[in-house]
Design a protein around this ligand. Structure first.
Ligand SMILES: [Zn+2]
Length: 136
């Protein structure tokens, strides 16, 4: 856990405390460490609620998850499978209110079929639609 980002440590510590595991004793490099612990569906739902709250109030944790999400979801276009994907940063535009401009990627666009997806919301964007800042 030494080189792990602080936010990921917080999440793992919370998970571990819910299954009575000591995160310092877990070998996270082993392939099946997570199979040694179980929780009920109710406990899982409760953890998901906790995680949603944590991500909602912690910008760094949200950024970390965005990176993981992006790496998994926008390598290929969901519609046509093309890898010809570009990242779009919104600049001052008549179509996008100032409060939704963001200094970084707001959406992804497939150069082959035109499919667009919001960076935070993961929803498809059509026509004049745009990604709200942080997907909110
Ligand atoms: Zn496409």
């Amino acid at each position: 856990m030494k080189n792990m980002p602080k936010e990921l440590k917080t999440i793992l510590n919370e998970m571990c405390s819910r299954v009575n595991a000591n995160p310092e004793e877990i070998d996270f490099k082993s392939k099946d460490w997570y199979l040694k612990y179980t929780w009920t569906e109710e406990e899982q739902d409760d953890f998901i609620k906790w995680l949603a709250g944590f991500l909602h109030t912690n910008n760094n944790a949200r950024k970390l998850f965005n990176i993981i999400w992006l790496e998994n979801n926008m390598k290929k276009c969901k519609k046509c499978g093309s890898k010809n994907i570009i990242s779009i940063e919104y600049f001052y535009s008549k179509n996008i209110p100032d409060e939704h401009l963001y200094d970084g990627i707001s959406e992804f666009r497939c150069q082959d079929c035109g499919f667009r997806i919001g960076r935070w919301s993961g929803r498809e964007l059509k026509g004049d639609d745009f990604e709200r800042k942080y997907g909110l």
